[in-house]
Design a protein around this ligand. Structure first.
Ligand SMILES: *Cc1c(COP(=O)(O)O)cnc(C)c1O
Length: 468
């Protein structure tokens, strides 16, 4: 399998090179040159597989020639053994043909564990084979940071620096990052927004000498490997609900467009998906895109679903690349427009084409409260604000009552307990293994939004674990 950049100028790479590169050197994102496609009978044969057995089948074609089946099996088994539910990704019925897939049973209680636990183990495997070491730099609006730290802590082959916007993540989210005490983990509270954090990470990557000196690597969803690992649960849900004989639809609370793009990949791989419904919070740039055909940036407003308080959905570029038939010149053009003018428009017929599989809707904080309260009353399930947005989107936009709609619950309610308590009158409890989180000692540095200073901090701290 070969990987190409959406902007067409960076080298074509193998799987291990894509893993380590993160962002492509031309500013684009890596995608498979061609998606592996399963036949209907191959998909039928996947029925009844456990989550890890299924993951092996789905992921193998993407890593062929770089990781052997035997090694991949070990990596996958290690990655999902710390999950707190034997089904890994359990499905719950919430109404007629309406399902919830709980993707919060990993060590940090958000869906990001599904990809990042895997990513950590793949990094270790590939780095030890290549005898290399990396410095991982990531920006987080809350959940990525803790999932990445949990996946990378205590590993000799890497250091990890995570930037979060100071004061803009929930206390549980912050503590899940800052209470991990490991000599290769560094938390930075940046004075700014999540987009400032993400721009800082991009700027560090664009400083080529710095990037090379520290062998920078990314764990944000710009890293292809995260998308790849997320494809698995689309298959897992659809198979449980009768695919490939039957079609399935999905509804996903969306920020950076990583999770839902994995659903698009699954459909390209042969999974019969009818609809992919996007749920947006008040930062509804993607919903406005599907309504108008134009992506128009505006200010980020804070909501009770902070992991979706984003205006630049990086992974949308991957979808545009497919929509434009791999015409990277067009992508460069659109991305330049966006950077210079804060907007771009796609050709009308392509916008129409995008809408044959995607649909989208907005859910503001008032509606989030209503959905959480109503769902708790009707089913006893406590949705976190992100999950409530996906659930609302699935209920609102599902066009085919005979086709199952699977909404993703992307975080545990206790990660956002204030919003959930306001809506339900009941405080959701953290699982036992995180019981004492609020008493644990925190460790982080506060820093200004200044590239020189961040670089100096990394220079002072990277590689300490190796030396000791
Ligand atoms: C990251 C996150 C999202 C958004 O996912 P994207 O892949 O960025 O679209 C939604 N919900 C939760 C809880 C998250 O942590």
């Amino acid at each position: 399998m070969k990987y190409v950049s959406t902007r067409g100028k960076a080298s074509v790479l193998r799987f291990d090179e894509v893993l380590l590169a993160g962002l492509a050197r031309d500013g684009g994102l890596y995608v498979p040159e061609e998606y592996p496609c399963f036949t209907k009978s191959e998909i039928s044969n996947m029925q009844g597989l456990s989550y890890t057995e299924l993951a092996l089948r789905i992921i193998l074609p993407f890593v062929e020639g770089v990781i052997s089946e035997k090694d991949l099996r070990i990596i996958i088994e290690k990655s999902y053994k710390n999950f707190n539910h034997t089904a890994i990704a359990p499905l719950k019925q919430m109404g007629h043909n309406l399902w919830l897939m709980e993707l919060f049973h990993g060590p940090t209680l958000a869906f990001k564990d599904y990809a990042l636990q895997f990513l950590g183990n793949v990094f270790e495997h590939v780095l030890s084979k290549r005898n290399e070491r990396v410095t991982i730099i990531g920006a987080t609006s809350g959940d990525t940071g803790s999932a990445a730290i949990e996946a990378c802590k205590d590993r000799d082959c890497m250091d990890i620096f995570i930037l979060h916007p100071e004061g803009k993540v929930s206390e549980v989210q912050r503590r899940q990052m800052t209470t991990v005490h490991s000599s290769n983990v560094f938390n930075i509270a940046l004075e700014g927004s999540f987009d400032d954090c993400q721009n800082m990470v991009k700027a560090l990557f664009n400083n080529q000498p710095f990037r090379d000196e520290f062998n920078l690597s990314a764990v944000n969803s710009i890293n292809w490997v995260r998308i790849m690992a997320q494809i698995v649960y689309y298959f897992y849900a659809a198979l449980a609900l009768g695919a490939p004989a039957k079609k399935v639809s999905f509804a996903i609370p969306t920020g950076n467009f990583g999770n839902i793009f994995a659903g698009y990949c699954a459909s390209r791989m042969g999974l019969p998906i009818q609809q992919l419904v996007i749920g947006s919070n008040s930062n509804d740039i993607i919903t406005r895109f599907f309504e108008t055909g134009s992506m128009v940036m505006s200010e980020v407003v804070p909501t009770t679903s902070p992991s979706m308080d984003i205006q630049i959905s990086s992974n949308f570029e991957r979808f545009l690349f497919e929509l434009y038939g791999h015409d990277s010149d067009e992508i460069v053009h659109l991305m330049n427009d966006f950077q210079q003018n804060g907007k771009y428009s796609v050709k009308k017929e392509l916008w129409q084409k995008a809408k044959t599989i995607f649909d989208s809707c907005k859910c503001d904080d008032d509606k989030v409260q209503k959905i959480i309260a109503e769902t708790f009353q009707n089913t006893g399930e406590m949705l976190d604000p992100h999950s409530a947005i996906g659930f609302f989107a699935g209920k609102t936009k599902g066009k085919y009552p005979q086709i199952p709609m699977v909404a993703f619950a992307t975080a545990h309610a206790a990660k956002f307990s204030d919003a959930v308590k306001t809506a339900t009158g009941k405080k959701p409890h953290l699982p036992d293994f995180l019981n004492d989180l609020l008493e644990r000692e925190e460790n982080y540095v506060k820093m200004p939004n200044n590239q020189e200073k961040i670089q100096a901090f990394i220079r002072d701290n990277a590689g300490k674990r190796k030396k000791t």
